[in-house]
Design a binder for this molecule. Structure first.
Ligand code: FCX
Length: 435
């Protein structure tokens, strides 16, 4: 696998730089930290080294320096007017360089080959769960069950130089990513299509194959799946799924354990589960208003009621972003291009017209604008993937690309175990300046 050789060449000088920064500039002060930051979720505290992507509050995400519109131009596609292949963004995040068509094909083939071998106990474990267990429970259980295959653990037990940890991590990551679409599609067909499974088609790309195995094999859905897998792949290092993966990985837990930790976080309603919750919010709104096509005034009143009842409006707000999420925008553009008249897309547009003002009027929401989850479910539904509980699983399949690439880099950098300091309440009270 020539990617590994490439990785060594790219990573060595960078790993040396990290080492040098710690050794020669370790006492450099980076920033001041306030009471508020620590007590409200560590927002704005730089505490992580993550190179796969960076989030600007105004502009949104850039992957290794490239914005989503730039990636749509520059990453390899199957058809010129199609969507970039997620294999390409994986290569970019991993190596820091834009891939050629050959690189993308190589990764596609690697994943197709590695996907052939999933031990049967993984499916037995899924089958042992009730069918109505949330797909995220089934997904995460399967991920943990796959850790019996961990090459990292085997190599570690044999005894391996620290410098080489990245190698079995890379192998585990490649295996895991290759198998996630099969697991996701298996759960989808098990829960929603009477266990009528569809075999993988190794000739297809990673995202196209996922759509195919889910039973949505039209070109449009494959195209949508490629876009979905591209934009959900990474959101720098501090979000819950990325940070949890990194944190657990810092104990040298294998990629399966580490990724599973991230997926447990993704399953929270303030993170990845918001994409499912948006659909419930929209549907409950339609039911309560008693119309399939509520007016903007009715939507505004319903949003105000949600706030008055002490609930969040899912799909809106963000811990870092202060503008409309470009991941929202690119999906809305896709919808407006291909299915402008879809009822859910019209509804999303109307909600977008009124909800930001409602949130601004609360006087406390720092970002009133939509995030990625405000439209993704409506888009999937409009293309026939109308089973909401699978949405967070799809988010998880995509998120593997970024957080697991970062895990390889954690090993390449030789980062140690993560262990921030905590203090009891009195410590914070004692920090208040005396009058
Ligand atoms: N609806 C209602 N209230 C909201 C809100 C929303 N969409 N977003 C923020 N608030 C509230 C907070 O609950 C908080 O209230 P409090 O002071 O009474 O506790 C106040 O506004 C300040 O919060 P803020 O600093 O703006 O936001 P946080 O960084 O704490 O939280 C999230 C960010 C994303 C968690 C928050 O905006 C939220 O709950 N949004 C809805 C859920 C959602 O869409 N999550 C998905 C986010 C993301 F894109 C992803 O991970 O997928």
């Amino acid at each position: 696998d020539y990617i590994k050789q490439k990785l060594i060449e790219v990573a060595l000088p960078k790993a040396e730089m990290v080492h040098k920064l710690v050794k020669e500039h370790g006492n450099t002060v980076l920033q001041e930290i306030t009471m508020q930051q620590v007590l409200t979720g560590m927002k704005g505290i730089v505490g992580l080294l993550t190179c796969t992507s960076k989030l600007d509050p105004q502009e949104g995400i850039r992957f290794r320096g490239y914005s989503i519109p730039e990636l749509k131009q520059k990453l390899p596609k199957i058809k010129e007017d199609g969507e970039p292949l997620p294999e390409g963004i994986f290569y970019l995040m991993l190596t820091g360089e834009l891939p050629t068509n050959k690189d993308v094909k190589h990764i596609s083939e690697q994943w197709a080959t590695r996907a052939q071998v999933i031990p049967s106990h993984v499916f037995d474990v899924i089958e042992a769960l009730p069918k109505d267990a949330h797909p995220m429970i089934q997904f995460n259980t399967a991920i943990l069950a796959m850790s019996t295959e961990s090459q990292f653990r085997k190599a570690y037990l044999i005894g391996m130089d620290k410098k080489d940890y990245w190698d079995p991590t890379y192998e585990g990551v490649m295996d895991l990513i290759s198998r996630l679409p099969i697991i996701a599609a298996y759960i989808y067909r098990r829960v929603f299509h009477k266990g009528d499974h569809i075999p993988q088609d190794p000739s297809l790309d990673w995202a196209g194959n996922l759509a195919h195995m889910m039973g949505h094999s039209s070109e449009e859905v494959k195209r949508l799946m490629r876009l979905y897998m591209l934009i959900h792949s990474d959101h720098e290092g501090g979000n819950v799924s990325a940070h949890a993966t990194h944190l657990v990985g810092s104990a040298l837990s294998n990629p399966y354990y580490s990724f599973s930790a991230g997926m447990n976080g993704l399953a929270g309603p303030l993170h990845g589960m918001a994409n499912q919750d948006v659909m419930h919010w929209l549907n409950k709104m339609k039911r309560e208003i008693g119309s399939e096509d509520p007016t903007e005034a009715q939507i505004k009143a319903y949003a105000e009621e949600t706030i008055a009842n002490g609930r969040v409006i899912p799909g809106y707000g963000h811990a870092v972003l202060r503008k409309t999420d470009p991941r929202f925008q690119v999906q809305l553009d896709f919808a407006n291009k291909y299915i402008p008249d879809a009822p859910y897309i019209k509804l999303v547009n109307k909600v977008y017209n009124v909800v930001p003002d409602v949130l601004l009027n609360t006087g406390k929401v720092k970002n009133p604008w939509p995030n990625v989850d405000a439209v993704s479910g409506s888009l999937l539904t409009s293309f026939g993937i109308a089973e909401y509980p699978i949405y967070t699983v799809l988010f998880g399949v995509s998120r593997s690309l970024g957080v697991l690439t970062s895990l390889i880099w954690d090993r390449l950098y030789g980062l140690p175990i993560e262990r921030p300091k905590s203090e009891p309440l009195q410590w914070f009270i004692d920090r208040v300046p005396k009058q």
